[in-house]
Design a protein around this ligand. Sequence first.
Ligand code: SF4
Ligand code: SF4
Ligand code: SF4
Length: 282
Amino acid sequence: MGDKVKKPKISERRKFFTLLAQNAGLGMMGGLVWTGYASKAKGSSLTLRPPAALPEDDFLSTCIKCGLCAEACYNRDSNIDKETGLQRPATLKMAKAGDDVTIGTPFFIARDVACYMCEDIPCVPVCPTGALDLASVTNKNNELDPTMMDMGIAVVDRNSCIAFWGIQCDACYRACPLLDVAISLEYTRNERTGKHAFLEPVVHMDACTGCGLCEIACVTEKPAIFVQPREVALGRPGDHYVKGWDKKDQERIKNRADKDVTTRTKRSEKEAADYLNMDVEY
Ligand code: SF4
Ligand code: SF4
Ligand code: SF4
């Protein structure tokens, strides 16, 4: 017979179980730490990605964290200060530990350095994986088109925007590279005084690129106009809602197989008053 496995002695067994318990504890702690790290590593849903980035999940699985986009942004011609001849901070940064963004991925904080919507969009063609989708910023004439960028959407906080208080301010409007297209000033009468007017900034959802130049220009202590990813800032009505006034939207349901679907739930014959007098709660 081969050698028997030597049973651990009581004290050794105790040590063995103690070690086991310690390891399990360490494992659990490690698990907790890792869970915390992983959720941190996943990053905030408020992260603004470079121009032409794929939707977040696809972006995260496609970006290889090479940093070429951030390098191109830093080295772009327009990033040299004409007065001093010095290089300015780049818009795009690569996330480090503690940034609340998936580590190693490119992002920008509009309030710190906005995107200047460079005409040649140098950060996009250098991407080797398609995490920045060149086609999404290429127009019908096969030219790179910064107006097609979609990094987020500017949101106006009507409570803190002083233009909504009746104070004349058009800082965000003037800073916008797509003036009167992405943002406009709308005149409304001050009904309370009857003699004053409001000039309110209104962002146009289809045209705003989320560059953040308006956010930087805002004069309030904490910007009253700020960029957020579209998925965070905007609601979504669901595919079954159709804009009755929009011919194109109506086309969507033209060929739907289930367009004749009616509810299969039997309707009650009772009147509203019957329910009020019934001792039943639904
Ligand atoms: S388009 Fe924006 S992110 Fe890209 S290089 Fe220019 S400033 Fe940087
Ligand atoms: S160039 Fe593309 S792959 Fe490289 S870090 Fe930027 S987005 Fe990611
Ligand atoms: S983020 Fe602001 S500055 Fe940029 S396009 Fe939108 S409204 Fe204009």
